[in-house]
Design a protein around this ligand. Sequence first.
Ligand SMILES: Nc1ncnc2c1ncn2[C@@H]1O[C@H](COP(=O)(O)OP(=O)(O)O)[C@@H](O)[C@H]1O
Ligand SMILES: [Mg+2]
Length: 412
Amino acid sequence: MAGIVAVVFIVAIYMCTEVALKMYVQGGGGNRDQEASITGDGEFGSTGAADEAGVEMGSMSYFFEDIQKERPVRFSSQQLRAFTRNYAHKVGSGGFGVVYKGRFPNGATVAVKVLNSTLGKRAEEQFMAEVGTIGRTYHINLVRLYGFCFDATVKALVYEYMENGSLDGYLFDPPPERKVAFDKLHEIAVGTAKALRYLHEECAQRIIHYDIKPENVLLDAGLAPKVSDFGLARLCDREDTHLTIPGARGTPGYAAPELWMPLPVTHKCDVYSYGMLLFEVLGRRRNLELGALHGRESQEWYPRWVWHRFEAGNTDAVLARAAAAGDKKEKEKAERVCKVALWCVQYWPEDRPSMASVVRMLEGEDQIAAPSNPFAHLAPYDSSASAVPLPGDTTASGSYGSSSSGHVLSAR
Ligand SMILES: Nc1ncnc2c1ncn2[C@@H]1O[C@H](COP(=O)(O)OP(=O)(O)O)[C@@H](O)[C@H]1O
Ligand SMILES: [Mg+2]
């Protein structure tokens, strides 16, 4: 009898151990460091083919746990092929690669940004910086980085998918279904400012974005804005407020003057780019539209056009453009956006407001003092200029003057 009991007992212990082991494997075990380093050789890489059903939901569950609360997960290139059904749906492309739509086995849609494999060392550095940076940030107005892939053939980032693409699609000649009221644009601008406030002032280490532009403000299903692309971001200590970086960065038209001149660079370069974005929100047009089919007005550099209206005390045309069908409240918001934009693009970084102050001004909590001329250093304004000089043509006196950010220097 005692023998039978002993056998039953041993069998029960064996079964319990097996169940516990299974749970450990499916649940990812207890060690997060191990989870983050799973590669194509591991259990999940064996799914191989570009068949999303091949990636088992059960074995993926711990990824989602990780994704919910912790840092980005490392995926294999086979997994990315499965998520994107062999890269079937291209969403867009930028300077560093192509973005594809994909789907996790649990149904969540993702954006997979595959970096050009021919890119040199800088892109690889950028990639690692992006992974490290986003892994340490979380904010409602920042795009989540779910994971990444880094192997010999594929370098990619896996982001949450944003249903409504990027803000440029709502600003520049949008189709009727994408024409939104100025209230909505104001909300988007405030959310974007909050993301920058967080990066500059609220997260553990200050993060400078370096590439704020409408294409990097993504919109979710409810049009809530989320800032993407920390590819150019560098972590910098708060003590270390001045950081001189070699080589220009950012995108022409949005990059602050100090980014392309031998001047110290601080987080205020993001404030400048944000200001340029605000002008585009205000005008629902690119700040500079070269060779556009539009009227003459659109050939002027818009920020300067706005300043001259503002200086003359005649902002009606600016506000009408922003909030044409809007009520008084909307016009007030547009007026705030106009003044804040002019503050943000001040030539000297120290004259630009902090992003915390930008949020307060946009939300109407702080009074906004009258901005001074951000373009005083430019060649004299020629309101009769029928065409703007091409970027790079610094000899002309038109309304847009330099190779990278619309500035022609003169003595202060
Ligand atoms: N997470 C995402 N969800 C949806 N669309 C995205 C996402 N990331 C990028 N996109 C789209 O893909 C385009 C290309 O992105 P990117 O490679 O970052 O270049 P850029 O930002 O210079 O346009 C973006 O303009 C955007 O419309
Ligand atoms: Mg981008």
